[in-house]
Write a protein that binds this ligand. Structure first.
Ligand code: GN1
Ligand code: CA
Ligand code: CA
Length: 123
């Protein structure tokens, strides 16, 4: 199945690209893996800005606290240094928010992993 990546942003040797499609987190991971890429995980403000530019809507980031509540790990299982939570987040609303999205203002919010959001991969 063909997947087209439209916009891209480069920071150092990292490229962020979006397919423009909205998927659950599970499917977002699968799409990025298919290209030996991973779901975008900004490590600093510059990378966060780059993902914000690529994402024309609310987009998944490659972080979850599904293993231990309120301990957000990247997809390799490491804890992260850089975070950019929106005010009041993460709040694990309805006891069921273990995935993370980048809002259009660049801030982060935890959301249910089953909800569909834009896929941004990092290469
Ligand atoms: C949204 O719709 P509401 O208010 O129950 C959001 C939460 C945020 C909250 C902030 C699926 O929840 O993650 O913490 O707003 N839910 C979704 O007020 O985006
Ligand atoms: Ca959670
Ligand atoms: Ca939330």
């Amino acid at each position: 199945k063909w997947v087209f990546f439209s916009t891209s942003e480069q920071v150092g040797n990292k490229y962020f690209m979006s397919t423009g499609k909205k998927l659950s987190f599970y499917r977002a991971k699968a799409v990025c893996s298919q290209f030996q890429a991973s779901v975008a995980t900004p490590r600093n403000a510059e990378e966060n800005k780059a993902v914000q530019k690529v994402a024309r809507d609310i987009a998944y980031l490659g972080l979850t606290d599904e293993r231990t509540e309120n301990r957000f790990l990247d997809l390799t299982g490491r804890s992260v240094q850089y975070t950019n939570w929106n005010g009041g987040e993460p709040n694990n609303a309805d006891n069921g928010e273990d995935c993370v999205v980048l809002l259009t203002n660049g801030k982060w919010n935890d959301v249910p992993c089953s909800d569909s959001f834009l896929v941004v991969c990092e290469f």
